[in-house]
Design a protein around this ligand. Structure first.
Ligand code: ZN
Length: 489
């Protein structure tokens, strides 16, 4: 398969042809979750975006080493290196060990991402299992003169680094602006400059998650783990680093600075960022009360939700937007996705019923070309899906006899849809669609309540008819003292 993939590199701010450093191998690192709470809508987007890329690269024939980390230490409540560790704070609230919090929410993240049909990464390293490597990298940066130690903590010296390097090149921020914006904060902490960031933090006496080091008993700074674990498993120079747009600054900017300061060069060839999900135009956050976990999405148990949305509806909804666009959640949008997905799956059922003719009257080649052009254009899934729907129209026309297809082309069309819908977009048929199940139950109960009324009015003809007709389609009705029960034969 020829590789025509172009991807938008956040670093160069343009689409670039994807050329791996060492083909057929591709190294891909994606920032995973900080596991201190249930996975939510915001987690679904990067998981699905980079799953799509993983699937497509594998289809193109690459051997992809996909690494996605678990942040289980060092991510403080406040990004400016202050406050409690997010995991330790949650552990206190739930009265359990920090590592129990890590296990609990790692498990639920795995369960939710499996429901969304994302393939597991090849390696899933934990930050807490790489403390020695993080201390070693902090030491190297210190020895190279880009960090300083104060009271047992080690901070990255952004001003020093900026003398010969461009701190801000990923996010577009300028060091001069950072200096003027934070001037009044200077001198309020032990850092030389407020925008310096921790490589190693000395732990306060009450801080539970701590490790010994040559500077103090403490813990690594949040940004350091990704510099360390990406290069440990993918080499000093690797292909793709991904994550949510909210991580671009400071997290990824700091990663670039750390790697350069330690090794003298950037480690990443392509930086990719998925945009964020908003809820009816607002940022999703606990404080705004518009926070929706994935379990709530799938069960419908959240006041913001009018119904349950199945994992495949959520996946399809996310794929219907380009990963670099914002995506606004609303019940209306999700319901439209649900209908769209049903239409797509129905089309695939129709495809299976088609009988081949002697000749083909439809243009399969152009459908396939346009679909892959969209995918190659920085994973343009909304356009790709639009072409798949054009193809469904074509399928319906063949089925109704307005167009024809020969046997060979029919098999080709079937494998094209299997490849794009199931293997690349990662959708799967949901025989048990939670929402239509509920509607089905409601409809049967409605019929049986009408039957109860008929019985009350001594209209036994109607009452028996409802029971017998349901029986014929395989629904067995049992009369009870206080009403009825039914089951599917
Ligand atoms: Zn990261």
């Amino acid at each position: 398969m020829k590789n025509n993939l172009t991807i938008y590199n956040t670093l160069s701010r343009k689409k670039e042809k994807f050329e791996p450093i060492n083909p057929p191998f591709v190294g891909m690192y994606v920032c995973g979750p900080t596991v201190y709470g249930d996975a939510h809508l915001g987690h679904a987007r990067p998981a699905i975006t980079f799953d799509l890329l993983f699937r497509y690269l594998k289809y193109l024939g690459y051997k992809v080493r996909y690494v996605r980390n678990i942040t289980d230490v060092g991510h403080l409540v406040n990004d400016a290196d202050e406050g409690e560790d997010k995991i330790a704070k949650k552990a206190k609230l739930e009265h359990i060990e920090p590592m129990e919090i890590v296990q609990k929410y790692t498990n639920s993240y795995h369960r939710n991402t499996a429901q969304l049909n994302t393939l597991p990464p090849r390696i899933e390293p934990h930050a807490s299992a790489h403390i020695i490597e993080q201390a070693a990298m902090a030491k190297k940066i210190l020895e190279n003169g880009f960090a300083y130690e104060v009271n047992g903590s080690v901070y990255f010296d952004v001003e020093k680094y900026s003398e010969k390097n461009n701190y801000g090149k990923l996010s577009g921020r300028k060091i001069e602006d950072l200096i003027s914006n934070t001037r009044e904060l200077a001198g309020q902490s032990e850092k030389k400059n407020p925008f310096d960031f921790a490589l190693w933090k000395k732990a306060e006496p009450e801080h539970i998650m701590r490790w010994p080091s040559e500077w103090s008993d403490g813990f690594p700074g949040w940004h350091l783990e990704c510099s360390v674990m990406s290069t440990k498993y993918l080499g000093d120079k690797f292909d793709i680093h991904g994550g949510g747009l909210d991580l671009q600054f400071p997290h990824h900017e700091c990663e670039i600075a750390q790697s350069k300061a330690a090794n003298g060069e950037d480690s990443v060839k392509y930086w990719m960022h998925n945009n964020l999900i908003t809820i009816e135009g607002q940022k999703m956050s606990k404080s705004l009360g518009n926070f929706i976990t994935l379990d709530e999405m799938f069960s419908g148990k959240n006041d913001l939700l009018e119904q349950a949305y199945s994992p495949m509806v959520v996946r399809f909804f996310i794929l219907q937007a380009h990963y670099r666009s914002t995506l606004d959640f609303s019940n209306k949008a999700l319901q439209a996705s649900e209908k769209g997905l049903q239409r797509l799956m129905k089309g695939l059922e129709t495809l299976e019923k088609i009988k081949p003719s002697a000749e083909t009257s439809v243009d399969l080649k152009s459908l396939k070309e346009k679909t892959f052009d969209a995918l190659n254009d920085d994973l343009n899934t909304p356009i790709l899906i639009a072409h798949l729907f054009d193809g469904i129209k074509m399928i319906n026309q063949i089925h109704s006899g307005d167009e024809t297809i020969n046997n060979e082309d029919l098999e080709d069309l079937k494998s094209f849809y299997k490849l794009t819908v199931f293997d690349i977009l990662g959708l799967k048929p949901e025989s048990q669609n939670a929402n239509s199940d509920k509607k089905f139950e409601d409809a049967i109960n409605l019929l049986l309540n009408i039957r109860l009324e008929a019985k009350k009015n001594k209209d036994f003809a109607t009452s028996d008819k409802i029971r017998d007709e349901l029986n014929k389609i395989g629904i067995i009705v049992k009369d009870k003292k206080d009403g009825f029960e039914w089951e599917i034969k």
